[in-house]
Design a protein around this ligand. Structure first.
Ligand code: FES
Length: 324
């Protein structure tokens, strides 16, 4: 799925992103763009400026850094080289664990109230549902009994019931009912289902994919615009037939817009294809940020920020020339 700002979302993508390498083939895309196009418009006009922005948060495949050896790339990410290292062609890598990250699952308001929702993060099948207390629960989408998909089951009084033999699970994955057991038999601990931590933040449900490490709440991405009074959220959801890394790189790749978006919106004209300048202001082992713009204008009015595995924000400030 993708939450898209139709105003800015490109219609094509065709490039691959090389960041790190979780083991996956197929994905559910989940992006979270937004625009404050209408945000406090009067105030914006009075200041002769308004801003337009989009954010992306996505789950999916990430390709291996091409120079790392098989097996190493899963746990490594390139870090900022010094100019001396770049000159020598040397690169430094840092440890990276793709499971110790938050991944956006769904728009919170769109999670069904009466049925489990099957999703996929990399190669992990998970199931999301609202329990009897209206809390979100996220389990491995695999029944501990005979491995049926729990997402194909049903909700009974806030418990998730497997469609095969009717085992029921609640809360932290505890099995609370096995219809075939004698009344005096105890349900074994091995009947519990594996769980994942989920959090609702700014209208998006995020999942922490590490089964071993406690969730790091400080890592949940925060989009400042969503918290502003008057911010208009126009997020929507789309299923995309490719992984999120392709979408992320497409959204970073402004050079394609004049050509592939020619006349599809008011900003795109093929005759505007030209060199772009990007001034990197921050590089870390999880991403980068910087200002970019047309080289010939000499200005860099756009600010782009990427943070692995799935956050991209692009802000553009436009001066309204109609207001004196
Ligand atoms: S497979 Fe789920 S109850 Fe048997």
């Amino acid at each position: 799925m993708a939450l898209a700002n139709s105003f800015l979302l490109p219609t094509k993508s065709h490039l691959a992103l090389h960041v790190s390498s979780p083991p996956s083939k197929k994905t559910l895309l989940s992006t979270n763009p937004s625009s404050n196009f209408n945000f406090n418009f009067n105030k914006a006009l009075s200041s002769r400026r308004w801003k337009q922005s989009w954010h992306v948060a996505a789950t999916a495949d990430i390709k291996a850094a091409s120079t790392l050896l098989d097996g190493e790339e899963d746990q490594k990410v390139l870090v900022e080289p010094s100019s001396e290292q770049e000159r020598k062609g040397e690169r430094e890598v840092a440890d990276y664990d793709w499971t110790q990250e938050w991944y956006p699952l769904y728009l919170t308001k769109n999670v069904p109230h009466d049925a489990p929702l099957g999703l996929k993060v990399y190669d992990k099948n998970i199931v999301l549902f609202r329990d009897a207390n209206h809390q979100f629960q996220c389990y491995e989408d695999r029944c501990p009994h005979r491995l049926a998909k729990l997402s194909e089951g049903q909700l009974i009084d806030g418990r998730l019931e497997c469609l095969y033999h009717g085992w029921q699970f609640e809360g932290e994955g505890k099995c609370v009912k096995i219809p075939q057991l004698p009344a005096d038999a105890k349900i074994p601990k091995s009947a519990c289902v594996k769980t994942y931590e989920v959090r609702d933040s700014q209208g998006v449900l995020w999942v922490w994919m590490s089964p071993k490490t406690p969730p790091n709440l400080g890592k949940i991405p925060w989009f400042e615009n969503f918290a502003r009074p008057g911010f208009q959220d126009i997020s929507t959801t789309h299923e995309l037939p490719y992984d999120h890394s392709i979408l992320l790189e497409n959204l970073m790749d402004s050079a394609h817009i004049p050509i592939s978006h020619d006349r599809t919106d008011w900003t795109a004209k093929r005759e505007d294809a030209q060199p772009l300048g990007f001034e990197v202001t921050e590089r870390t082992d999880r991403g980068f940020a910087g200002w970019w713009g047309r080289e010939k204008d000499g200005s860099k009015p756009n600010f782009l920020w990427f943070e692995a595995p799935c956050v991209l924000q692009n802000n553009r400030e436009i001066v309204d020339k109609m207001v004196k």
